[in-house]
Design a protein around this ligand. Structure first.
Ligand code: NAD
Ligand code: LMR
Length: 345
């Protein structure tokens, strides 16, 4: 089959004002996999010029590596890429940022308890939240990816009272995409025929991947698959532990799929979800329609339009789902108590 290249759109309007996109932890492996999505127009649109602010630790070797990434961006000659700033200073990185993708976090080391990890990251996200509060655009959209992503996002938001809470989010789109992928594999269906998967709660092994509202080619996914034991005993643990399985196999955490999910998350938030489709985003739970405690960064099914997310209402929640949603809520409440304790809030 010959591709008809002439039908492709080649006349993008590059006269739009550039969007300043800040990436923290940009010298790491997700940063390297994410930059092509952003610079090619896949994330923010094919006619959206970009200015990049790349932040990483103010350590000589790290800044040298970040400089190497800048060389490669120059060599890639992306038409949309108008400027690249590399820095070890968070204030410089966040200044005027319209979108901030926070990859930089303290990784879990051998023998570290969750409390130790929270302690390390509380400090980072408190400081970076305070900088965001003072120098970022007041309409900035923030996506936290660095783990523990939900609680890190909550801390950054708490420390940035000038920025509306709805402008902060944490990444559960990777878990959502994993659920779509596994369902498509099981049903031998195309991924684009699978809709309505939901990730509830925390980006951790307590998350609840829910397919009760999912459809495959418009028919109920559960009725199509007719295998509840697979759903309970294989699918749910697979999605909950997929990150760990990738670390075990690669000796590195997911990066290619994480970059894809980050791009999907920002794309849908900024440019809108397709009609009739919803996605999963961890967002402020305050006033949510599912009885989850207020004041958490909890993953819900959302639609996006005009740059704003809205939690999808009235989805069926049975006893099984209720129990799983409560378990992941309990973990987030515990993380919140611990981290607010560390911050003296
Ligand atoms: P990586 O270690 O390759 O890169 C992280 C980068 O962050 C490093 O370059 C490091 O120098 C930098 N960094 C650390 N502290 C910083 C700080 N205070 N300010 C600025 N930069 C800082 O890690 P990665 O594979 O790119 O993953 C990044 C994070 O994303 C990790 O926390 C990982 O656990 C998390 N993750 C989350 C998801 C998700 O779905 N939410 C998925 C995959 C990975
Ligand atoms: C993932 O889900 O792939 C990562 O969050 C795993 C991790 O712990 O870094």
């Amino acid at each position: 089959i010959l591709r008809d290249w002439s039908s492709d759109v080649c006349s993008s309007d590059l006269s739009k004002a550039p969007l300043t996109v800040c990436i923290t932890g940009a010298a790491g492996q997700i940063g390297y996999a994410l930059l092509p999505h952003i610079c090619s127009g896949k994330t923010f649109g094919p006619d959206q010029p970009i200015k990049l602010h790349l932040l990483d630790l103010n350590i000589e070797g790290v800044q040298t590596a970040l400089g190497g990434v800048k060389f490669e961006l120059e060599d890639s000659t992306y038409p949309l890429l108008k400027d690249v700033v590399t820095t070890g200073d968070a204030k410089t990185a966040f200044t005027g940022a319209d979108a901030v993708i926070m990859l930089g976090a303290f990784p879990r080391k051998d023998g570290m308890e969750r409390k130790d990890l929270l302690e390390k990251n509380c400090g980072i996200f408190k400081e970076q939240g305070e900088y965001l509060n003072t120098v970022a655009s007041k309409t900035v959209k923030v996506l936290v990816v660095g783990n523990p992503a939900n609680t890190n996002a909550l801390i950054a938001s708490e420390c940035a009272p000038n920025i509306p809470k709805e402008n902060f989010s944490a990444l559960t789109r990777l878990d959502h995409n994993r659920a779509v992928g596994q369902l498509a594999l099981k049903a031998k269906a195309a991924v684009e025929d699978v809709t309505g998967c939901i990730i509830w709660g925390n980006h951790s092994s307590t998350q609840y991947p829910d397919i009760n509202s999912a459809t495959i080619k418009g028919a109920s996914a559960k009725d199509t698959i007719k295998d509840d034991a697979w759903y309970t005993n294989e699918f749910i643990p697979c999605i909950q532990k997929r990150g760990a399985a990738i670390i075990a196999a690669r000796k590195l955490s997911s990066a290619l799929s994480a970059a894809q999910a980050i791009s999907d998350h920002m794309h849908d938030w900024v440019l809108g979800t397709p009609a009739g489709k919803f996605v999963s985003m961890a967002v402020d739970s305050t006033g949510n329609p599912y009885g989850v405690a207020d004041g958490l960064m909890y993953s819900f099914p959302v639609t996006c339009s005009g740059g704003k997310w809205t939690i999808v209402k009235d989805l069926p929640i049975g006893d099984f789902s209720q129990e799983k949603m409560k378990a992941t809520e309990a973990e987030l409440l515990e993380e919140k108590t611990m981290s607010f304790g560390i911050l003296g809030k």
